[in-house]
Design a protein around this ligand. Structure first.
Ligand code: ATR
Length: 273
């Protein structure tokens, strides 16, 4: 069977093996996919070994997306702009192609699954780390009115916004800078939820029909989702759909077939509770 894996640290709780096994079964593809914890300094060595032993493709999660960007022989346009890679694919000539499917995964979940409008909307993105790098390009392609990136370390938000300014109206600011203005969609891309934390957000920044999306997911609503519900958000979602959609895009890059994501989203949801 063709070999695939997700590399991360930590990686124990990764849902990717379950998701790709379900995709393979559904589409009749013969493959094996596992999760591997890689020591912090050993990404390139481990990836080189994987591909030289005939491995076909890797997903890359925290904290190796920048290492994977460096590792790839060729890059997609969206990976190059993001400066981060979450999918590596062995090519016929033996070289390794790097792509980033996080942003398209987010856009598909928000637009196709949830049915939330993106074009013309005022969007606020919280966080400016690895998770946010991958999403700004695909978000801006949907032609929102503007995207504001707020981050605790404001310089990171500003320099990230600068990388994407040729794609649309995007700027960076601090949380303290969010005093005026409203947003139709707020996306939480910080890792604050993992520690039960929430960035300091002022009241009333979500418009009446505003939506809130947390890129994190879990059995319980995250602190950000609870905050949004308290602000009477029109709709709130966690990031489980994004996880499955980015996986579907990677699967498609590797196998050339697009799986049906809905039953797999249900499967992963059930496994959380
Ligand atoms: P990831 O790859 O998951 O994005 P990261 O690159 O370390 O991880 O980025 C984490 C993001 O969450 C950053 O935007 C970080 O803000 P800083 O850049 O200022 O560090 C943000 N973050 C983490 N914990 C936070 C908290 N308690 N409150 C607000 N922002 C937080």
């Amino acid at each position: 069977k063709d070999q695939y894996a997700v590399y991360g640290n930590p990686v124990k709780h990764s849902k990717s093996p379950q998701i790709h096994a379900a995709f393979a079964e559904q589409t009749g593809q013969q493959l094996h996919y596992r999760a591997r914890k890689i020591e912090l300094e050993h990404f390139a060595e481990a990836a080189t070994k994987f591909f030289s032993h005939g491995g076909k493709g890797l997903n890359i999660t925290v904290p190796f997306k920048l290492d994977a960007f460096e590792f790839a022989d060729q890059l997609s346009g969206r990976a190059r702009r993001a400066g981060a890679v979450n999918t590596l694919a062995l090519q016929e000539d033996g070289s390794v192609y790097g792509d980033n499917t996080d942003g398209i995964g987010l856009v598909r979940d928000i637009h196709s699954n949830l049915g939330w409008e993106l074009s013309g909307r005022r969007i606020l993105v919280l966080g400016a780390g690895g998770a946010v790098r991958g999403i700004l390009g695909p978000l801006l392609k949907q032609r929102p009115a503007h995207v504001l990136v707020a981050n605790r370390t404001v310089s990171k938000a500003q320099s990230l916004a600068k990388n994407f300014e040729s794609l649309g109206h995007v700027a960076g600011c601090s949380y303290e800078g969010l005093t005026s203005g409203q947003f139709d969609l707020i996306i939480n891309g910080t890792s604050a939820s993992m520690r039960g934390d929430l960035p300091p957000l002022p009241h009333h920044i979500l418009s009446n029909d505003g939506c809130a999306y947390d890129m994190m997911y879990g059995a319980e609503p995250t602190p950000f989702m609870r905050w949004a519900a308290g602000e009477t958000a029109w709709a709130v979602s966690d990031g489980l759909g994004m996880l499955v959609e980015q996986a579907a895009e990677s699967f498609c890059i590797w196998r050339g077939v697009r799986p049906d994501t809905k039953p797999v989203m249900d499967l992963v949801r059930q496994s959380l509770s």
